[in-house]
Design a protein around this ligand. Structure first.
Ligand code: ADP
Length: 284
């Protein structure tokens, strides 16, 4: 590996995923033994669960993101080598070298931005609410998920309401909710092979829900959710996936409720699933 930064990021992500999976396995065993003894379901997900959920989420999208980061890092190396050899000329073309340095700076900022976001997702922290633009939260989550969508042949469409007033929330926690919903939507569309890539459409929209809150929806063109499963999907450890942990939606609900919002699921006219959540506006 030529880039030490990329190598340390990879190590960090692999460790993060390992820790999250081990933690989840332990929780799952504890939950099952609790159920066995007195039938008590794990009602409240703690901050630690939310964090473990985020670690696993980052682990899941890491593969595609590492690829995304290696591009600017390679470009930096190529530009630095080229500038270096130009400088050894008797009359170095300073304008060209300046342009190369500007490219290096731009690529470095790009890679840094991605790493910074992953890092904030990996950090363990309590809910810290501030005045936020829900559209910015959506834009960040969309840029993080884009490499995964490309890999899975999913087309992402977004419609963000620019006139949305600020909300009162925690951007990292809300990004986590949105990433979970988008990963689920992409999982659901994985079987849409017969119709090809055009049929795997993920729609993300923000809008003013009512006087007091803003809303965000994630709609997919997957098979939707069977009526028998609908009452259970937000429960901890409910999963219909072979490798599923069944915590993504439970964590999403915990986060949305901690914000004073609501989250629910509806169907689409085409048979897919729509997840909606509301977050109170800052003025409320
Ligand atoms: P996991 O993804 O580990 O299964 P989640 O709590 O995120 O856990 O989801 C619980 C279940 O809800 C999934 O196993 C799946 O059956 C269902 N589900 C969630 N999102 C969708 C969706 N967009 N389309 C169809 N089913 C979904």
């Amino acid at each position: 590996m030529r880039h030490p930064a990329l190598l340390s990021l990879l190590v960090l992500l692999v460790v993060a995923q390992g820790v999250a999976l081990a933690y989840w396995a332990l929780r799952q065993r504890r939950f099952r033994s609790l159920q066995h003894v007195d039938g008590t379901p794990a009602q409240h997900l703690q901050c630690a669960d939310t964090h473990a959920g985020r670690l696993a989420l980052v682990g899941e999208i890491a593969g595609s993101i590492v690829h995304e980061i290696s591009q600017p890092l390679s470009a930096i190396l190529i530009n630095a080598d080229a500038a270096d050899s130009l400088l050894s000329q008797p009359h170095p073309p300073l304008e060209e070298i300046r342009r190369m340095l500007a490219d290096i700076r731009r690529d470095d900022l790009r890679a840094n931005d991605i790493v910074r976001h992953l890092h904030s997702l990996l950090k363990r922290r309590e809910l810290q609410t501030t005045m936020l633009d829900l559209n910015e939260v959506a834009a960040t989550a969309l840029s993080l998920i884009q490499p995964v969508a490309r890999k899975r042949l999913v087309t992402i469409r977004s419609s963000l309401d620019g006139s949305l007033p600020p909300i009162h929330g925690d951007s990292i926690h809300l990004e986590q909710v949105l990433l979970n919903l988008m990963m689920n939507a992409m999982d659901a569309m994985a079987s849409n092979t017969a119709n090809g890539a055009a049929e795997r459409i993920l729609d993300v929209a923000t809008f003013r829900y009512d006087k007091y809150s803003a809303a965000l929806t994630v709609a997919d063109t997957g098979p939707g959710i069977a009526a028998a499963y609908r009452p259970k999907i937000f429960e901890s450890f409910f999963s219909t996936k072979q490798e599923g942990m069944g915590l993504g939606l439970a964590i999403a609900r915990t986060i949305v409720h901690a914000h004073g919002g609501k989250i629910w699921q509806e169907g689409t006219s085409a048979g897919g699933a729509v997840f909606k959540f509301t977050i109170p506006l800052q003025t409320v």
